[in-house]
Design a protein around this ligand. Structure first.
Ligand code: ATP
Ligand code: MG
Ligand code: MG
Ligand code: MG
Length: 483
């Protein structure tokens, strides 16, 4: 079985053998682009080449790019920990052609790499092609479908709509159809019962997208019309952790050697065992995922803070601390203790991580301790409220009190409920939701408007707002289901 590190190498070496230059990952934190805080796709670092502002040093390049999807157009944070294939930080394997090869070559190589090199069974693969958009005068991508048809039977080639199969950089600029490759890793019985093609793009945890091949062939002008792009571009992105999981025969990214060593240490430190209990498992996944984001972010020069990118990182760290506190019994700083195992795992591919080990551990420990103090203050407040409630002969605390704990002390609702339950009390859920709704309306006015891959912040906006509210709505819903 190939290890994760071997798989990463095999990808870039494969494309090197096809004349690509291997380039390093760009930093995950972006410092000089007011429209984007974090790299969210492999192509970000090539934006100027694609736009024609910069000549391409190499016409064919390949790499593994550190990406983060927690804000803006791509925000997967709510899923992380609950599903098994979206991460905050992940690696995107990619290959590019800047005005060189196009659909025929990239489709052939994608097939060659997955089926001939990695020996995936083509019966488990499904590919999508753009179905066309008559109102824009765009035909179906028969060209791509034709190339795929050399490798796959008709029932493995699926038409996809504009949302899934037409990529645009923003309101204007390069764009074009794309083909995505999906893999069905269900059991034989499940495959026999429902054909995989019916589950593509349906959020099935065992029928997942692994690779997106984008064929940029148009330029969208300011008036909205399309013209052919003079130098066509191939831009591909494959989810590294998803590929590893597939090749290692696992049903969850967290069962691979990318995450298992971290999860093992979390288990040793907390005395919990992964796989014993769904709530603990979610918490372990959240911590194992978020530690990577925080470590890589600090390495790339973004410390937790109260504004912009720093605030995003601070909130991710706090999300992990809350899960660890609530479900893993961690009342002391503990995430910083996971840094050595992370570095052991990833320091080879990303030596910058090793170089910053001392800083990462120090910053993380301080952040954890400071947030834990806030949590403890909140707990004292909650104790006072509980005593008052009991003294008044009641069993329920008000929605306003629960919301104050959430809003001021960072208490997720389920943490408040957990503590209340231990004391034979409950909280007014409806009242809490009403407060949340009011807060949401306040936040909506300040929220960022986003249209594309680059336009992420409104001018003058300094803080990141938005995800906590929906995150907690989701967590309340989930919590109710569990109950
Ligand atoms: P999905 O539909 O699963 O959310 P996507 O269509 O948003 O993925 P793309 O923007 O096409 O993803 O990115 C290219 C590849 O990166 C995807 O095919 C997938 O394998 C991987 N990927 C995307 N988002 C994540 C994530 N949050 N965590 C891990 N891998 C991801
Ligand atoms: Mg997505
Ligand atoms: Mg998708
Ligand atoms: Mg995609």
């Amino acid at each position: 079985m190939l290890t994760a590190n071997e798989i990463r190498d095999s990808f870039v070496k494969f494309f090197e053998s096809k004349g690509h230059q291997i380039v390093p990952s760009a930093p995950m934190v972006i410092k000089d682009d007011p429209t984007l805080m974090f790299t969210n796709a492999g192509m970000n670092q090539f934006k100027d080449i694609i736009l024609g502002n910069h000549p391409a040093k190499y016409k064919r390049v390949t790499d593994s790019q550190k990406c983060l999807r927690v804000s803006g157009k791509h925000n997967d944070l709510e899923e992380v920990g609950h599903d098994t294939y979206h991460h905050t930080m992940f690696e995107m394997l990619g290959n590019w052609s800047f005005g060189d090869y196009f659909k025929k070559e990239v489709i052939g190589w994608a097939y060659e790499y997955l089926v001939e090199v990695l020996k995936l069974d083509p019966k488990d693969l499904y590919v999508t092609v753009f179905e066309g958009s008559p109102e824009e005068g765009l035909a179906r991508d028969d060209e791509a479908a034709g190339y795929w048809g050399q490798f796959f039977p008709e029932d493995h080639i699926i038409n996809g709509n504009k949302h899934d199969n037409f990529w645009e950089m923003g309101d204007t600029g390069p764009c074009g159809p794309c083909s995505e490759i999906h893999i069905d890793s269900r059991s034989a019985e499940e495959k026999a019962a429902i054909p995989g093609r019916e589950l593509v793009n349906k959020d099935h945890p065992q029928v997942i997208e692994i690779w997106n091949l984008v064929f940029m062939q148009y330029n969208r002008k300011a008036d909205g019309t399309l013209e052919p792009l003079p130098a066509k571009v191939i831009d591909t992105g494959m989810g590294f952790e998803r590929l590893v999981r597939t090749l290692q025969g696992k049903t969850s990214n967290y069962d691979t050697d990318v995450f298992q060593p971290i999860i093992k240490v979390i288990g040793d430190l907390s005395g919990k065992k992964y796989g014993d209990d769904e709530k603990t498992d979610v918490a372990m996944r959240v911590v194992a995922d978020h530690i990577r984001t925080i470590a890589f972010s600090i390495t790339d020069g973004q410390l937790p803070s109260n504004a912009k990118a720093g605030y995003v990182i601070r909130r991710i760290l706090r999300r992990a601390v809350r899960y660890a506190y609530t479900f893993l019994g961690q009342k002391q700083a503990f995430m910083y203790k996971l840094v050595p195992v992370l570095i052991e795992n990833m320091g080879g591919a990303y030596p910058e991580l090793k170089a910053q080990q001392a800083l990462i551990e120090k910053v993380m420990k301080e952040e954890e301790e400071s947030f834990l103090r806030t949590l403890e203050t909140g707990i004292r407040l909650l104790e006072k409220t509980m005593n008052e409630t009991k003294a008044a002969g009641k069993t329920e605390i008000s929605g306003v009190d629960a919301f104050t704990l959430y809003d001021t002390f960072g208490f997720p609702f389920d943490l408040t409920e957990l503590i209340l339950r231990e004391n034979g009390l409950t909280a007014d859920v409806k009242g809490f939701e009403a407060e949340m709704q009011k807060q949401k309306e306040r936040a909506r006015n300040a929220a960022a408007v986003e249209t594309g891959d680059w336009v992420t912040l409104k001018e003058g906006e300094t803080t990141f707002v938005g995800y906590d509210y929906t995150e907690y709505e989701t967590s309340i819903l989930r919590y109710r289901q569990i109950k």
